[in-house]
Each structure stands twice: as structure tokens, then as C-alpha cells.
Design a protein around this ligand. Structure first.
Ligand SMILES: [Zn+2]
Length: 176
């Protein structure tokens, strides 16, 4: 079995690494924020991946800003492209917590899952931490690695953007 783990640098995808095994591939997805942040998150991601002995691929792919369903479709398309190109993968892991899918997005989420099954019947698309809250995902990350987990849209965590607010609302410090 060979997995590709979608990685954005944030809490949920970092939690996935705690469940990964050697040989898995971390597919770094560039955030849609500015190039400084992209570089900063990438450097942290490489250090995290090295700790777990995972190989890293960088998807030069900018997530569309703002609209959540559009982001979800874009991520799913990127994963689809990846497993279509590299046939060794049998699983794709996607980090989302149990509060990420609002009721208004549930139908969209189901459509993404359904279209995935049609396109890739032999590759499982999985959300391994979707039963956990953001705070519980945070707990999965070893303490000495938590400083490598970046959520803010800025290099210096601002405490004000949506990403920082999600952390604050979950009792997670915006920086370590
Ligand atoms: Zn922020």
C-alpha cells in the first residue's frame, strides 16, 4: 500500500503525519497566500516530513482563495491528477476535522466523494482525522514538532485572520 498525503502546513494535515508510515508521500499543496508564506510553510513542511522519514513532492498549485467548495474541488482534482499519473498510490489522505464540513457543504462533499469513486475505484480517498476536533488533531502532533505547524496567511501569525481565529477558537496558540 502506498499513500499520498495532502499537506497544506496546517493542524489537520500535520496530524495526519502522526498516523503516516515510512514510504508515504507528502504532497505539499501551496497555499494561496503570498510567495513569502508559501516559502515559509514549505520549509517547515520539509522539516516535519524529514522527522517522519517521508518523501515530499511539491505541487505547484495555487488553491483558489475564499470559496470553500471551490477549494475542496480543486484539492480533489489535484489529488486525482496525482494518482492518475503515479499508479503506485492506493490511498489519498486528506486532513479535515469534524467541524470543517458545515451542513451547507455536506452535499458538495458527498459529490466530491462520489466523483472520486467513479474516477478512481482502486484508490481510497480518506479523511483519517475527520472524527476529531481541531484541538484533538493538535494533540496528535508531538509537542516538539508543533512549532513547525503554520496556519496563518502571514509569515508572522497575526491572530486575526480566519486561520488564526480557528486556532484561537480551539484553544491552540497561533504560534509556538
Ligand atoms: Zn493570521
Amino acid at each position: 500500500m502506498s499513500r499520498v498525503i495532502l499537506f497544506s502546513g496546517g493542524v489537520e494535515s500535520a496530524a495526519l503525519l502522526s498516523l503516516a508510515t515510512k514510504g508515504d508521500t507528502l504532497l505539499m499543496v501551496e497555499p494561496f497566500h503570498g510567495p513569502d508564506v508559501v516559502f515559509f510553510v514549505r520549509e517547515k513542511a520539509l522539516r516535519l516530513a524529514a522527522h517522519y522519514g517521508l518523501s515530499v513532492e511539491i505541487a505547484s498549485f495555487k488553491l483558489p482563495a475564499g470559496v470553500r467548495p471551490t477549494q475542496m474541488w480543486a484539492l480533489s482534482r489535484m489529488a486525482s491528477l496525482w494518482v492518475s499519473t503515479f499508479k503506485e498510490f492506493t490511498e489519498v489522505w486528506w486532513g479535515r476535522n469534524r467541524d470543517d464540513i458545515k451542513p451547507s457543504m455536506a452535499a458538495e462533499h458527498d459529490r466530491i466523494e462520489d466523483s472520486w469513486k467513479v474516477a478512481h475505484p482502486d484508490v481510497s480517498l480518506l479523511w483519517p482525522v475527520s472524527h476529531l476536533s481541531k484541538a484533538e488533531c493538535w494533540e496528535l502532533i508531538p509537542q516538539h514538532l508543533r512549532h513547525l505547524v503554520h496556519s496563518c496567511i502571514h509569515v508572522e501569525p497575526c491572530g486575526e485572520c480566519g486561520k488564526c481565529q480557528e486556532r484561537i477558537g480551539s484553544g491552540i496558540p497561533v504560534s509556538m
